[in-house]
Design a protein around this ligand. Structure first.
Ligand SMILES: *Cc1c(COP(=O)(O)O)cnc(C)c1O
Length: 363
């Protein structure tokens, strides 16, 4: 949350201007600031949430057939494909980054394949270079679900500028947020203009161009974004320190982590840990809950196993999904809280329990 007084200043401006929505001055200001933050001549269009951003991305690219996608993401990734009457084709994930495995994409391409929709899981980048090569070779569109990706850079360039369109979520639970909100990022002007029309019921004033929807954001949401955006670099710096502390405090335990490649400036959006077994995850989760520490199985279950849709088996994603737990990770988290949580994780592990018991005996 930004300081309330800062938000109130924006509310005073809104009340003075008496503009609540329809591309008001604060939404316009935030779009410009976001475009500057993202850089690389990207166009940024704010929308009501990240799910509608995914839906509009599919619409704007006029996709109707099969979309190759990841089984390891939030349900909105697959949900948007189904909502837009396209067919999700699941390709398994890379075991080190948890993102769509680029090496397995080509085997899943059919004459009906039109696009690839991949998620930058936890803010770790997909193999954007290889995916671009495959897309070019097979004339496919590329949409990235960038809901976790805000602030990550690859080779100095914002991760949001890869692919044809990146759909962002600025939901309250994300690194940067507007309570509810989202954006579409593209470097193609014509596409940006089309998205601008699609989100405002397909018209500019009295000029009706195409069928659209209402996916606009409000001035109240934009004001939150304007308060928080300048703080994002500080958030990332603070989270990087918390991340390092977690890793130190958890050192020596049978846990693993997603792999960060060298040319990535990571945004530290989440703190996922992978246990050696699901049983251990459940034990630790339960013991943390008993101590009042909330954790989330994120993402579980995998999207190829949704009850209303069947997808091909994805053994890597299914295995990771059963063993991954996101520990508490947010700006206000203090170093001593990190130490406490890590200690709780440590004592939830059997070998460590034995070690602790031994310590007690020695005392
Ligand atoms: C949060 C999230 C979404 C959906 O965004 P909303 O703003 O909640 O609609 C989509 N994909 C991923 C990976 C997410 O984490």
């Amino acid at each position: 949350m930004p300081p309330l007084a800062e938000y109130t200043d924006y509310l005073n401006r809104i009340w003075a201007q008496r503009r609540l929505t329809n591309g008001g001055p604060l939404a316009e200001e935030l779009e410009l600031e976001l475009a500057a933050f993202v850089g690389n001549e990207a166009h940024v269009q704010l929308v009501a949430n990240g799910t509608v951003a995914l839906q509009l991305a599919i619409r704007a690219l006029e996709l109707t057939g099969e979309i190759i996608t990841t089984p390891f993401s939030y349900v909105a990734t697959t949900g948007s494909i189904l909502w837009e009457k396209c067919t999700p084709v699941f390709v398994d994930i890379d075991e080190s980054t948890f993102c769509l495995d680029a090496a397995k994409i080509e085997a899943a391409i059919t004459p009906r394949t039109q696009a690839i929709l991949a998620t930058h899981v936890y803010g770790y980048p997909c193999d954007v270079v290889r995916i671009a090569e495959i897309a070019e070779r097979h004339q496919l569109k590329v949409i990235y679900d960038g809901a976790h990706a805000f602030g990550t850079r690859v080779a100095g360039r914002s991760l949001l500028t890869y692919g044809d369109i990146t759909a962002c979520s600025f939901h309250a639970t994300k690194l940067f947020h507007m309570a509810e909100g989202g954006a579409l990022v593209t470097r193609e002007l014509a596409l940006a203009e089309k998205i601008g029309l699609l989100r405002t019921n397909g018209h500019h004033g009295d000029h009706y161009v195409m069928a659209g929807t209402n996916a606009k954001t409000s001035e109240l949401n934009a004001a939150l974004g304007l308060c928080l955006l300048p703080r994002v670099p500080g958030f990332i710096e603070h989270r990087a320190a918390l991340y390092r502390l977690y890793r130190e405090e958890l050192a020596g335990l049978p846990l693993s982590y997603p792999l960060l490649t060298v040319d990535v400036d990571y945004n530290y959006a989440y703190f996922p840990v992978i246990f050696s077994t699901e049983m251990q995850l459940l034990t630790t989760k339960e013991q943390l809950a008993a101590a009042g520490v909330g954790t989330r199985r994120y993402f579980f279950p995998t999207l190829n196993a949704l009850p209303y849709h069947t997808g091909a088996p994805c053994p890597v994603a299914e295995d990771i999904s059963q063993r991954v737990l996101c520990l508490p990770f947010y700006q206000e988290l203090t170093p001593s809280q990190v130490q406490l949580i890590a200690q709780l994780v440590r004592v939830s592990m059997p070998a460590e329990e034995a070690e602790l018991a031994l310590l007690c005996i020695n005392e």
